[in-house]
Design a protein around this ligand. Structure first.
Ligand SMILES: [Zn+2]
Length: 317
């Protein structure tokens, strides 16, 4: 198995002109670094793509990525580069990127050209920007790649904002996280370009102290909340039923919370996020994790605030 750290440069529609056939970003460069299990760089990949959909480079793009017109003119066609890239990736690999966007746009570009899908369900990958935050910050803040490179004293011998170099720097940051924190795969992310079509393709993963579930689509929120798996409140570690502490409630109709208590593992928080699919249906991303007393108090506070607001509104009516 290899880690494939990649980065894309893209071009976009100019001004307010609508974008072509659902493709707002056209990839003009794929840069990647291949790492082995010990996080050693074993190969690199870099190809420029000749733009076809937006032949005129957006002036911001030109300024940022420093690709000259001639570079692009000499580039290959996207499908050709993509096939070459996938062949280079090998049989077993895990994509790693800085943030979450590139993995969606890669699939969107493939789809535009009618290429076979990478997958027919959510694609697991490592978001190095998130891992960096979990390793060195509060887990929530998102830093720029250059910030992380500076903080980790990684030698800056190549300019930023070229796919090949950004992939290289991202790989260096990943190596650093691996060296200082070990296991990097306990925080897998899932790209949602392809949603689970049925129960079989749903994502159910369990880590040490939390679990994640990505559901198939439902016609609406209430039907989703009635689903057994969505509303299940079993402990995310041992699977035993929890004793209800805070019953399911929603702050804004998009996020739902529940807290229960497991005899063995303490407080367990469930959070359901309702998401809209392109076809108007909804699907659910549910996370469950073990929380401490402080976090429980915060949730109770949230619920109490909501209760007061509702009471006030009733009073006004
Ligand atoms: Zn438990």
């Amino acid at each position: 198995m290899h880690y494939i750290v990649f980065d894309l440069e893209w071009n976009q529609a100019e001004g307010r002109i609508g974008h072509e056939g659902g493709l707002p970003f056209e990839i003009v460069e794929i840069g990647a670094v291949k790492l082995n299990r010990r996080m050693q760089i074993v190969d690199r990949f870099d190809e420029v793509i000749k733009p076809k959909i937006y032949p005129r480079m957006h002036y911001m793009t030109t300024k940022i990525i420093g690709l000259e017109k001639e570079d692009l003119e000499n580039g290959k066609q996207f499908p050709e580069v993509m096939e070459q890239f996938l062949k280079w990736c090998g049989r077993k690999y895990m994509f790693c990127i800085w943030g979450t966007l590139d993995i969606t746009e890669l699939q969107r570009n493939m789809c535009y050209y009618g290429m076979d899908e990478l997958t027919h369900k959510p694609l697991p990958f490592l978001d190095i920007q998130k891992l960096y935050s979990l390793a060195f910050e509060d887990g929530k803040v998102r830093r720029s790649l250059e910030y992380a490179v500076d903080e980790q004293n990684i030698v800056k011998d190549e300019p930023f904002h070229r796919a090949n170099n950004d992939a290289y720097y991202t790989a260096k940051v990943l190596e650093q996280i691996h060296r200082t924190h070990g296991d990097v795969e306990s925080y897998l992310s899932y790209d949602l370009f392809m949603l689970p079509q049925d129960k079989r393709d749903e994502v159910k993963v369990k880590f040490k102290t939390y679990s994640k579930y990505i559901s198939r689509e439902f016609p609406d929120k209430s039907e989703a909340m009635q689903d057994k798996m969505v509303s299940s409140t079993k402990c995310c570690v041992c699977g035993r039923p929890t004793k209800k502490i805070v019953k399911w409630f929603s702050v804004n109709g998009r996020h739902y919370y529940y807290v229960g208590e497991c005899k063995k593992h303490g407080y367990v928080k469930a959070k359901v996020r309702m998401k809209k699919a392109d076809d108007g249906n909804v699907f659910v991303v549910k996370t469950m994790k073990i929380i401490d007393q402080d976090s429980l108090d915060q949730i109770k506070g949230k619920q109490e605030k909501l209760r007061l607001q509702r009471a006030e509104r009733r009073h006004k009516d």
